[in-house]
Design a protein around this ligand. Sequence first.
Ligand SMILES: Nc1ncnc2c1ncn2[C@@H]1O[C@H](COP(=O)(O)OP(=O)(O)O)[C@@H](O)[C@H]1O
Ligand SMILES: O=P(O)(O)OC[C@H]1O[C@](O)(COP(=O)(O)O)[C@@H](O)[C@@H]1O
Length: 302
Amino acid sequence: MIYTVTFNPCLDYIVQVDGLELGLVNRTAREEMLPGGKGVNVSIVLRNLGHENRALGFLAGFTGAEIARRLRETGVEADFIEVAQGMSRINVKVNSEGVETEINGMGPAIQPEDVEALYAKLDTLAAGDTLIISGSVPSVLPGDIYERIMARLEGRGVSIVVDATRDLLVNVLPYRPFLIKPNNHELGEIFDVELSRRADVVPYAQKLQERGARNVLVSMAGEGAVLVAEDGSVHESPAPRGHVVNSVGAGDSMVAGFVAGFQESDGDFETAFRMGVCTGSASAFSMQLATRPEVEALLATI
Ligand SMILES: Nc1ncnc2c1ncn2[C@@H]1O[C@H](COP(=O)(O)OP(=O)(O)O)[C@@H](O)[C@H]1O
Ligand SMILES: O=P(O)(O)OC[C@H]1O[C@](O)(COP(=O)(O)O)[C@@H](O)[C@@H]1O
């Protein structure tokens, strides 16, 4: 079974404003409310690609209930801890003149007993399962929760995928995650360098591999992606061509595509990589997250 964990799910309120002006009243030209948060997006895309999975994490309030309802509607098994106080966040994504600006909220007051309840669910994972942990950790949670989860599952044969930034990512490396997916900016921040070309990211991805990551997938938005795999192979691809409609969730979609492609091909890195790239781009080219036909159409072009 594939599991995702989202510590701070949200509703993404995605609006298009023609010519946003700060300090004035702006009106939307288009708006959409979608369930989100990194693991939630991964779960939806996995389901769209035909892979059963269970979404774990914390939800609260009417927004939390709506996230769970929407997830179930897409066929994802939503198995969240319900937090008593506060509400799941609404993250605002403003698209104006092709520039995307994001305002991400804080989230509910998760209590220590809620965290214990999550650990209890994770304790049921067994050999052969895949766990995808992604997204920011709200300030009410222990800052080392990623490591705690990985330490708890160590030696149990669970493949763990981590999509997080900076310290969250660096600190899990000793636990040998199966896959990490920084984007080129996040990878550059770790080493204090600017990485804009695919060839430039390879040595830095390899450094993260030396520190413990088994496979490192670096996404580069319109530049495509690079994979440094544990068998020593290096894969790179430009992004498929298309019109970008909404790139929120493109990175999460790439993770879902990689995991789906890896399972479908019995562990072929090139297949998983291409599926990851095309799934990311298919999401960027539509308002909603990628569907299987959209991904297959792009696979035929690269
Ligand atoms: N502008 C774009 N054009 C084509 N593909 C894109 C674009 N933005 C994202 N993608 C696809 O989605 C993947 C992940 O996007 P990226 O923006 O790098 O992730 P993140 O959201 O994690 O920063 C890219 O590697 C690419 O395949
Ligand atoms: O947990 P964070 O870092 O605040 O990110 C949450 C946001 O990221 C998203 O999961 C999208 O992530 P990506 O664009 O990186 O795939 C949104 O759905 C959500 O609003």
